[in-house]
Write a new protein. Structure first.
Ligand code: ADP
Ligand code: MG
Length: 253
């Protein structure tokens, strides 16, 4: 059963989400959510607090399980099969609001150890790749420091480098700048813009609408567990179709 699921067709979308429902107990947090993301596409997801944005992206790497509908990542369907889940997680990088770096490990080890533990990469090779990605996010000179010695913006760039070290095909970001002081937001957004320019497939939950305008192929607005609106940025910002989207944009812009 799992054999065919781990051999994706070349034409698979990067992410397929089809009529997904999810409940926490009796509370329905996702309601018939469907979204197909092509390889290289950039999706920005916005919506009020509690609308299910985090739950949706956590379902994509199986940090949460959906109860109805289908989710497939790079052609691999998310089911209860452990083998599938490992295959999916290898291809999906995730960046959280609160960085989630290991405080007792150096920046270099934060980036190298996951490769060694999850993939058996030899230390030398893991450290080489870590340094390469730390240079990519312009923070290589901090490699010997510990997370607590870095600013929030620097820590978030390390978190991005750490995720990239696993060579993901898709990157998921859950409000990556909302815990940052305003002066640090820009450096993290610039890193994400550069990732987008390199063609990375990305789903970004954010309320940074300047970033959405600049980078997103499509902007998704969620409310009460549903995708209310999904459109290209020009249409989304200039002529949203739904009143709920308009009032949300009115509040945050
Ligand atoms: P968002 O990211 O849009 O703020 P979330 O996906 O975090 O929304 O949460 C959506 C809703 O689900 C919220 O009402 C939240 O309280 C609830 N929720 C989130 N996680 C859990 C959980 N583990 N158990 C029960 N309810 C949860
Ligand atoms: Mg959230």
């Amino acid at each position: 059963m799992t054999t065919s699921a781990t051999a994706p067709a070349a034409t698979s979308p990067a992410i397929l989400i089809e009529a997904v429902d999810k409940w926490y107990g009796t509370f329905q947090v996702l309601d018939q959510v469907s979204l197909t993301v092509a390889t290289g596409e950039r999706i920005v997801v916005c919506g009020p607090s509690g609308s299910g944005k985090s739950t949706l992206i956590r379902c994509i790497n199986r940090l949460e399980e959906h109860q109805a509908g289908r989710i497939a990542v790079n052609g691999v369907e998310l089911t209860d099969s452990v083998r599938n889940i490992d295959a999916v997680r290898r291809g999906v990088g995730m960046v959280f609001q609160h960085f989630n770096l290991f405080p007792h490990l150096s920046i270099l080890d934060n980036c190298a150890l996951p490769q060694m533990l999850a993939r058996g990469t030899p230390r030398r090779e893991a450290e080489d790749r870590a340094m390469q990605l730390l240079r990519r996010v312009r923070i290589a000179e901090q490699a010997a420091k510990f997370p607590g010695q870095l600013s929030g913006g620097q820590q978030q760039r390390v978190a991005i480098a750490r995720a990239l070290c696993m060579e993901p095909q898709v990157m998921l970001f859950d409000e990556p700048t909302s815990a940052l002081d305003p002066e640090m937001v820009k450096e993290v957004l610039e890193t994400m813009v550069s990732l987008a320019e390199d063609g990375m497939t990305m789903i970004v939950v954010t309320h940074e609408m300047g970033f959405a305008r600049r980078v997103a192929d499509r902007v998704v607005f969620m409310d009460t567990g549903r995708i209310v609106e999904c459109a290209g940025p020009d249409e989304f910002f200039d002529s949203p179709r739904h009143e709920r989207t308009r009032s949300f944009l009115h509040q945050i812009l």
